[in-house]
Every structure is written in C-alpha cells, then in structure tokens.
Design a binder for this molecule. Structure first.
Ligand SMILES: C[S@@+](CC[C@H](N)C(=O)[O-])C[C@H]1O[C@@H](n2cnc3c(N)ncnc32)[C@H](O)[C@@H]1O
Length: 614
C-alpha cells in the first residue's frame, strides 16, 4: 500500500494532516507475501476482533524501558500436493543404495569436475563426479567459492534425478554424455550435507534434520533465507493509537514503512528509518511494539474475547501478552506467567509502557499453573512454548551449530508437560472460549505436530482451524510417523515461503473436562508409540533410516517419554504390564469352599479343652 493510503480515515473521523513525502529511498513492494489462497475455514472471531481493534484509541503517555522481540528460551530448566516428501532427496537414495558396492564411493570426499558441453541446444555443465584418491588433498578444505559451486552442482544434479529411478537415471546420464560411474545418490546427499554444514556453519545433526524435511531446491532456499534478516515489523498498540495515525507520525520522522499485509490490521513493516525505531518518543509512549510478524499469529489464532480469563503461560518479554490485552481492550484478566525471574523485568516494563491494565504477572513453572489457577477455570490459554528456536536462525545464528538431539529431546519433554497443563486449566464449558493455542518458533516436527498429536491422545481436545488464511498445513505424516489426520489444521510458516520466522501454530478446542479423551476410532502414532507402518503401497514415505529428529526418542532419555503430568505434579510411570483377567468362582464353587471352611473350623474347635500342654 502506498504511504498516502495510510491517511484514509474510517467513519469520517478524518484528521487531515498533510504528509511529507516519504524518505528518498524507494518504497519496496509488499514485503510480507500475501496469504496463499487456501480454502480454509475462517475464524470469524478474529475478523471481528481485528475490525474493532483500530477503533479504540486511548492516547496516553508512559515512560518505561523497552524490550521488543520474543524469542525461544529453553534455559529453564506444504503446498507440495499434500505430500511434503514428493521431492524428498533422501527418498530415492534407498533405491540407489542397492548399487553395486563401488569401493570408490565408500568413503572420503568427492570432487565435482565440470566440462562445458552442448546439450539440447544450450550450454550445460557436464557433471562428472569422481572420488579423490589423494588423501593429502582430502585434508585440504575447499575454499568457500569452490564449496558453493559444488553445492550448486550437487543440488542441480540431485534435483534433476528427483523423479527418475536408478536405471532411468543411468540411461539419462548416458544420453547426456555423462559418466554412469560415480557416487550413488546417498553419497551425493551425504556430501551435500557436509558441504552445507561447512559453508553455512550448521552442525551435522541440524543439517540432517533440514535435509530430511525439504526437497533439495527448497532446502537451499530455506538455508539462504536464514542467512538474511526478516523484515522489521511493528505492531500498533490499539490501546493507545490507531495504525494510520502512528504511520503518519513515523513517516514524518523519516521512517519508511507500509502496512504489514492484508492479514493484519495492526502491523507495519519498516523498510528503513532515519531514527532508531526502538527509541522514538512513540515507542517510549507505548504506541507500538517491535514484534516479528510471526509472533502476531498465535494471538490472532487465540482470538481472546473481551471480559474473558486468559492465560499466557510463557509470557516474557510480553510481545504476545500485550497483543492479547489489546485484543481484549484491557478487559477481563490476562494471567501472564513467566518462569524465569530475570525475564520478569522486561515483561512488566512492556506491560507498563503499553498501558496494559488487565494483567496479573506471575512467576511459576508453567507445569504447576493448574494448581495455582485451578483446573478448568479459564477461557483460553496461549502456550508460546520454550523451544529449540530452529525457526529463528536469522535472529540467532548460534542455533545452527549449538542445537543437538538432546536439546530437542529436552524441549519435547517440557513441551509435553506444558501442553497438558495448558489444557487442564481451560474450562471446556466456557461460554465464550474453551481454546488452547500452542505455538513455537521451531520448525522441528517433534516439537510441533508430535506434541499436538500427544495432546490429542492424552486429553479430550480437538484441533480446530487457526483462523489464519495462510501458512502451510502441518504434517499428518512424517517419514515413518503418522499423526492424527486433523493435524492438517495446524499451520507452519517458513522464512523462504512467508518471509517470516519459522513458526508453528495449532489451535485446540477442549471438548470436555475429562482427563482422558474418548476412545478414538482413528488412532495415530506419537513419537514414542510409532510402530513401523505397512507402507507397501506408499513408496514415498518408507525411510530406511529413522528420522534424524526422532532418533532415540523412544526410551533412551531416562524414560522421559512416558512421563505424565497430573495437576501440575509430575511422576514417572513405567508402562504397566497387563494383569491377567481375574476369573471369578461360580456359586457352586463358592458354597463348596464355604462348606470346607466350616468343616475345618469344626475340627479345630473339637480339640479337647483343658489340654493346656498342647
Ligand atoms: C518463546 S519464549 C516466550 C515469548 C513470549 N511469549 C513473547 O511473545 O514475548 C518462551 C518463554 O518461556 C519461558 N519458560 C521456559 N520454561 C518455562 C516453564 N517451565 N514455565 C513457564 N515459562 C517457561 C522462557 O523463560 C521464555 O521466556
């Protein structure tokens, strides 16, 4: 939208203010992509909320310290034809594995040699991949330019073969004058993985996870997107300002901005600014929050209503709490909980700066919150869970090299406990609510779909549409794992697709206050319960190796996966052995037993009295 359109006032309450022209730098086009057109149920409540948000403007000034962005913290303690794997680069490797054992391809580095040849009327790089035999050379690390070239070559090579079987691949190679000797697909994938780790600085575990999640072309897009910062976004605090007024003022200060996108009525995207955007008088006055676009989504999905009781279980630094309060127009109660004491300061500062008055701040471990606030007592809960942060690599590069399988396991362990606590606090009989929103800034399946699948099994909840009209549907199956079919109601967001941080959102409706869900006719398999599925008719998802993300999830972590949460307290429970069914005696057997007892008693009592020596 052009800057001038920000001046259009609703309902005739126009404050005419002549706008200075925006700074010289040309305004970029829509920064955040428009919603993908998907046929998805709309959450009308969200629409109503966002319509009304702009109408409320209470202008008052407060000075407080700042803290903008939300981020993940664990220190406490697909639009591809519905099938995310149809271009999976690991999928074909299994077939290629069966290739005759070529000693040349068994170990070591590969070298890609290129020759230019005329192919199909155009210049094409002829790819001949041979094994280096010189071990001295092997030790030498290729320079970044060569590394990048090789990454591109292998990626191009792999993507060309993505739909071809081995034999077809060989004949294709022959027809193109390429060598049919050379490494298998598996070797190429392994080499690509190593090269990507070396070039971009990821550890092998995390790169392995990404490799198994995305087809090769998309993988490169994602990794490249992680290298660039996401657009700077601000959210208008509708408790204090209207978006168009705020935009006017900031434009006058030399901030080059536009409305965020059609899906948000309160967001602005900042292209560049002549003033520090986190230190303007408007910022200090709490007219806006510096907030990533993805972090708007869970609040929109939760869509809290006025006068409700809402819990934000993991709240600091308060980006989402302040949005929830604004959506509720400062009515009702928001319980903003944060376990880390050191983070309470930023939370309370933001609440104060933004003029939030309906919030009670607490400092508990979220697992114990049901004991504090009561079971089945609130209308809605937001669980913006502590996570691995694998969706926000552009913000925190250290994630690339630091995250391990154990970190993911720890996150999953905590997330499972927190989601059950979240559900337990919600009253299924709430007249207006009964909803739980779970979100993470992780793209890992175990931290997202697997957590929701677990919750569906443990409590009487159902997935409902998030009310967000863009985002990819969550996985209903991933490698050898099968999740409940309704997982497609969850939403995934990616930097290379949506130009926002990697993010996951799920919205659950609590169906009853029973602890156990009614028996499902359609069982799914959670991480720890997943059995090999007979996928003989389903070539696409039949991995030979266990998914990197789920590796060793079953049992190796001190039985963590079997831990259960009950009203905030935790206890470990070993899987119980089934007791054999008890067989009850018939009437005849009972009377016979009684008769025998009587006889025995008579014998005892007929002993002589007075035989004191016995
Ligand atoms: C993803 S961040 C939350 C960001 C916040 N929702 C926002 O939008 O500003 C996760 C938060 O959970 C907190 N946390 C970690 N473990 C927790 C636990 N067991 N209970 C409650 N909070 C926890 C972390 O300290 C961190 O502040």
């Amino acid at each position: 939208m052009a800057p001038s359109s920000l001046n259009k006032k609703k309902g005739g309450k126009t404050k005419t203010r002549s706008l200075p022209p925006p700074p010289k730098k040309k305004q970029k086009k829509e920064f955040i992509p428009e919603p993908e057109s998907e046929s998805e149920e709309e959450d009308s409540m969200i629409e109503e909320e966002s319509e009304s948000e702009e109408e409320d403007s209470i202008i008052e000034e407060e000075e407080v310290e700042t803290d903008g962005e939300s981020f993940s913290d664990m220190s406490s303690d697909v639009d591809d034809d519905d099938d995310p794997f149809h271009k999976d680069i690991l999928r074909e490797e299994h077939e290629q594995d069966k290739e005759k054992d070529d000693p040349e391809t068994k170990s070591g580095k590969l070298e890609v040699k290129k020759e230019k040849t005329e192919v199909e009327g155009g210049l094409e790089t002829k790819t001949d991949i041979k094994k280096e035999t010189n071990f001295e050379e092997e030790k030498l690390k290729p320079d970044l330019t060569n590394l990048q070239k090789r990454i591109k070559e292998i990626a191009r090579f792999l993507s060309k073969f993505k739909d071809l079987r081995q034999e077809e691949g060989q004949s294709w190679k022959k027809s193109k004058g390429l060598s049919t000797e050379g490494p298998s697909r598996k070797d190429l994938v392994a080499q690509l993985q190593l090269d990507l780790c070396a070039y971009y600085g990821y550890n092998e575990f995390l790169m392995g996870v990404l490799v198994e999640m995305f087809p090769v072309t998309e993988l490169l897009e994602l990794i490249e997107a992680y290298e660039k910062p996401r657009p700077i976004c601000i959210r208008t605090n509708t408790l204090k300002a209207r978006r168009r007024d705020l935009a006017d003022v900031l434009l006058n200060r030399g901030v080059n901005l536009d409305p965020l996108s059609k899906w948000s009525k309160v967001g602005l995207v900042v292209y560049d600014s002549q003033v520090p955007i986190g230190a303007t008088p408007e910022y200090m006055a709490g007219y806006y929050m510096l907030q990533s676009a993805s972090s708007f989504l869970p609040c929109m999905a939760l869509a809290p209503q006025e006068n409700e009781k809402v819990v934000d279980m993991a709240a600091a630094p308060g980006g989402k709490t302040t949005y929830l309060a604004a959506l509720m127009k400062n009515s009702g109660i928001v319980y903003a909980n944060e376990m880390k004491e050191s983070r309470l300061k930023s939370l309370t500062a933001n609440l104060q700066r933004m003029g939030v008055t309906n919030t009670i701040v607490s400092n508990y471990d979220g697992k114990g919150l049901p004991r504090v606030l009561g079971m089945n007592t609130v209308d809605r809960v937001l669980l913006d869970a502590p996570c691995s942060g694998t969706g926000v690599i552009s913000k925190d590069e250290s994630v690339k090299a630091s995250k391990s399988l154990e970190d993911i396991q720890n996150c999953v362990f905590l997330q499972k406990q927190l989601i059950l606590a979240a559900i337990d606090m919600v009253d299924a009989n709430s007249e207006t609510g009964g909803f739980i929103v779970y979100s993470t800034c992780s793209i890992m399946v175990p931290e997202n779909e697997a957590i929701i699948d677990y919750a569906l099994k443990k409590r009487d909840v159902q997935l409902v549409p998030c009310g967000l009209d863009f985002g990819r549907p969550g996985f209903t199956r991933f490698r050898e794992h099968r999740f409940h079919h309704s997982l497609d109601k969850t939403r995934r967001f990616y930097p290379h697709v949506h130009n926002m941080d990697g993010f996951f959102v799920a919205k659950l409706k609590k169906m009853s206050n029973m602890k156990q869900p009614p028996r499902s006719s359609e069982p799914s398999e959670t991480v720890e319960q997943a059995e090999p599925v007979d996928s003989s008719n389903d070539e696409k998802i039949q991995p030979e190796v266990k998914s990197q993300q789920f590796k060793d999830f079953s049992g190796s972590k001190k039985g963590k996966d079997t831990m259960q949460v009950n009203s905030g307290s935790t206890k470990t429970s070993k899987p119980k052995e089934r007791r054999p069914k008890r067989k009850y005696p018939s009437r005849e057997e009972l009377s016979q037993a009684r008769e025998e007892k009587r006889k025995a008693l008579r014998k005892k009592t007929s002993k002589p009295i007075g035989n004191v020596n016995e």
